[in-house]
Design a protein around this ligand. Sequence first.
Ligand SMILES: NC(=O)c1ccc[n+]([C@@H]2O[C@H](COP(=O)([O-])OP(=O)(O)OC[C@H]3O[C@@H](n4cnc5c(N)ncnc54)[C@H](O)[C@@H]3O)[C@@H](O)[C@H]2O)c1
Length: 205
Amino acid sequence: MALEGRTAVVTGAAQGIGRSISEILLKNGAKVALLDVAEATGTTLKKSLDGQYGPERTLFIPCDVHPQQQFTAALQKVVETFGHLDIFCNNAGIANENDWEKTVSINLETSKRSGYGVRFNTICPDFAKTDILNCLDSTATLGQFAHLADPTRKFVEQHGLLDVSQVSEAFLQLVFDETKDGASLMVLLKGLQYYTSNFLEWSDI
Ligand SMILES: NC(=O)c1ccc[n+]([C@@H]2O[C@H](COP(=O)([O-])OP(=O)(O)OC[C@H]3O[C@@H](n4cnc5c(N)ncnc54)[C@H](O)[C@@H]3O)[C@@H](O)[C@H]2O)c1
């Protein structure tokens, strides 16, 4: 298989988009280190994946990617266990407008802190059907943007949601396509669209 012998790390792997990306990587032959702060969900997922792929194909590390020490220790464990690291998927995320600095740190800065990267890509999905959208039901997480909850719900009702498999399939396409270094891939309800470093240059697939 195409990714046989490759090792991937997926953060926020216990559920949602991260779980779907972990599964598509496993299906294509990679070994996957699953990092997540949700220990119970991650342990249950690891057990289920052991049954499907064998215990040696995955490693679950309970880990909060926010403190640098925990994150670095987790990456060291991955390299000790699998010998090397080829693919890093910085997926873990929260949606909390009242603590935007932590949100930015978890959602964006973790990839910078990983210190890994020869090819670098960003994937930007439309709204996808996962638990993170529960933030729309809580003023505690929406903060000053609480007034946007209803318009967002209406938008979702009108346009629909992506399935997580559409995001993980797009992720796999980026992994396989070595010509797209530096590109951002928008996963839109209407299809995939690359956004290159040239701001004027949009290219449909
Ligand atoms: N679902 C959407 O509509 C959507 C759209 C665009 C981008 N995203 C991004 O996709 C990513 C995945 O989100 P999702 O929709 O699957 O949400 P989700 O809530 O279903 O999954 C997020 C996962 O990240 C884990 N996580 C959160 N904070 C963590 C931390 N500090 N350390 C380790 N793990 C942590 C959670 O435990 C959970 O398993 C997020 O970065 C999110 O911002 C989601």
